[in-house]
Design a protein around this ligand. Sequence first.
Ligand SMILES: [Fe+2]
Length: 253
Amino acid sequence: MIDLHSHILPALDDGARDIVAAVDIARAAAADGVRAIAATPHVRDDFPTTPDEMRAALADLRRAVADEGLAIDVLPGGEIALPEAGALDEAALRAFGLAGNPDVLLVETPYYGWPLAFGDVIARLRRFGITPVLAHPERNGDVQDDPSRLEPFVAGGMLVQVTAASLEGRLGRRALACAQRLLELRLVHLVASDAHAPEVRAAGLSGARRRIGGAVGGWLMEEVPHAIVEQRRIPERPPARRARGLFERRRGR
Ligand SMILES: [Fe+2]
């Protein structure tokens, strides 16, 4: 599997505290079956990470992971808050390209409210030819109230990432229900860990992979992220029948 959202870089944000914790996240992810993980430090007012800081921390971590002999690749990236996505110049945005793909940007969903500027910021990125990946919208109350509000943005080229822990119910019932509904609506393109700490449950993509199962699980955690890493087109989604599997199984309990 390929995990395109993590706070593995040490001492840049609220993720890994130091290089030991960072290597521990890499070790836990590798043990969980993840072969590549994107480092996506916050880029926002409280954690104003610069591209140079991200690159320097990434180089240190890649060396440490290699020294440990871990079978996992650590890739560049950033999780850009909406105001920064609306303000940084195009070159800076591309420097945070997801998994090193300068045409794809991970954009943080606010936890509260739905900003009036959301559509303008997404449209700005699309004008640059950048594909926004919206990070964990299932945790936002307004999306929980109306998951279909993402539909026009997805129709316009935006991708959506759901967090593995949401699908396991670890981030609350509303996040779980919203994640399920987004899957039903075919509005999810990636499942990622958003790991901040080395605990296995914080990495844990394999649990979500088992839960979703079938071709859709592989599409969400292998095929789509692999295409982003390799700067290819997003592959076709498997048939809808399987996309509803998660919801049907849970309702059947
Ligand atoms: Fe994150």
